[in-house]
Ligand binder design. Structure first.
Ligand code: PLP
Length: 419
């Protein structure tokens, strides 16, 4: 069915059966994530988890996280999700947290809370700044843009880790925040948080641990014996931590945690105003109305999988990654970046041959949506449950792509872009 795009609100409503058919037609044309052919965007484990998540979301479809006073059950679900997060990241007694709409909102809150804390408790004035490794997520820059902070990105050390000494050189009296990633999205590499925490303590600044990507894999990978860099509240100097539930928590989209070492720091996070006719309006998050469904769905995901379920999920993804890494590294000229540190798969080629862009274009022709990175120029997949089982097909197509790349030079180089 081919319909013309709508340009205005229809005068009369149409029956659901008709709308449903239209939706189904559009939906059928979406990226085929079920076959593991997307490099990012969809995190899916299995039908049983999705079923629990979907039902929980639907049950809380109408409620609103802005009105916890009238939804005590929802308030309890939210506090249980936060408590599970605090325990998972070894937060000390007296820690606190918030449920947010995603990594971007969690990082926004980190920047906002650090800024207001620095002004109130460290006497910061004027335009403040945040010192970050070059690998940090752009949501920090977005927050800084909204909050009028300067972002100072510091080039990475060897091995794509934060260069802590160089970060120290970028700190001045107006620095309120430093941060690192656990891991960074591009290279899948964990920054050295113990060094970053010590740096934060030496300079009296806030340190945020961005575990948005790895928060729901790293603790379980460590249980499995993987060498995971220390990144949670056991790191002295770690003031706050973000971890996304809508990635490896396999919850519905719109779910992340922003956690604070000390509850009292929430006073710098909270916004409150009574300068309007309705009286006091106070929120801990950027959002006002908040989808209760996302909270219930996150609670359902955490409880339906449990630690054992997450451990098994991580084991399957890392096993698949090992198969992919072995196959890729067997191809002359290809190198996997930091092959064992996280669920990120990133590989590059010894330029000029094989040409990574020609490989990417050939993989695209074979039906893979290719994630490209800029530095280094490489091919990137955020491996998760949806990619378990792709290795054989992917490696066969990669072998064909390598042959083709030798014969067909790349057409115009595609831009490395995240979305
Ligand atoms: C390390 C890291 N931080 C933050 C984010 C932002 O998360 P979101 O897209 O949920 O806003 C991402 C997303 O991939 C990430 O990988």
């Amino acid at each position: 069915m081919k319909t013309k795009p709508m340009t205005s609100l229809p005068e009369r409503g149409r029956p659901w059966a008709e709308l449903r058919a239209e939706l189904e037609a559009l939906h059928a044309g979406e990226g085929d994530w079920r076959g593991g052919r997307l490099p990012a965007f969809v995190f899916h484990l299995d039908e049983a988890t999705d079923h629990a998540v979907r039902e929980a979301y639907a049950m809380y479809f109408s409620e609103n996280g802005l009105g916890m006073r009238v939804f005590p059950g929802l308030a309890r679900l939210e506090s249980e999700v936060i408590a599970m997060g605090l325990a998972l990241f070894n937060a000390p007694a007296g820690a606190a947290g918030s449920f947010t709409s995603g990594g971007t909102e969690s990082l926004f809150l980190a920047v906002k809370t650090a800024r207001d804390w620095f002004r109130a408790e460290r006497g910061g004035t004027g335009r403040l700044n945040a010192v970050l490794p070059y690998s940090a997520h752009p949501a920090f820059d977005k927050a800084a843009h909204y909050l009028d902070l300067e972002i100072r990105r510091v080039p990475l050390a060897a091995g794509f880790r934060a260069d802590v000494a160089a970060m120290e050189g970028a700190i001045d009296a107006s620095t309120c925040l430093i941060a690192g990633s656990a891991p960074g999205y591009t290279h899948g590499c964990f920054d050295s948080f113990e060094e970053l925490g010590a740096l934060a303590q030496r300079h009296g600044v806030w340190m945020h641990v961005d575990a948005c990507f790895g928060g729901l894999t790293a603790p379980f990978a460590r249980d499995l014996g993987e060498p995971i860099t220390k990144f949670d509240f056991t790191v002295p100097g770690a003031t706050s931590l973000s971890a996304d539930l809508h990635k490896y928590g396999y919850a519905a989209k719109g779910a992340s945690l922003f956690l604070l070492r000390e509850e009292r720091l929430k006073s710098h996070q909270r916004f409150s105003s009574s300068n309007w006719p309705h009286g006091t309006y106070a929120t801990d998050t950027f959002s006002g109305s908040r989808p209760a469904g996302a909270i219930a769905a996150a609670w359902a995901a955490l409880n339906s999988l449990g630690a054992a379920g997450y451990r098994e999920a991580v084991r399957r993804v890392l096993d698949e990654k090992r198969r992919l890494v072995a196959g890729i590294e067997a191809i002359p000229g290809l190198t996997v970046v930091r092959p064992s540190e996280s669920t990120i798969l990133l590989y590059t080629s010894a330029q000029p041959a094989p040409d990574i862009e020609a490989i990417a274009q050939s993989l695209s022709r074979r039906g893979w949506v290719v994630g490209r990175t800029k530095e280094p120029r490489g091919i990137h997949i955020a491996l998760n449950g949806v990619h378990v089982g792709i290795a054989e097909r992917y490696l066969a197509d990669l072998a064909a792509a390598i042959r083709e790349a030798g014969e067909t030079p790349a057409s115009q180089r595609a831009e490395a872009r995240y979305n």
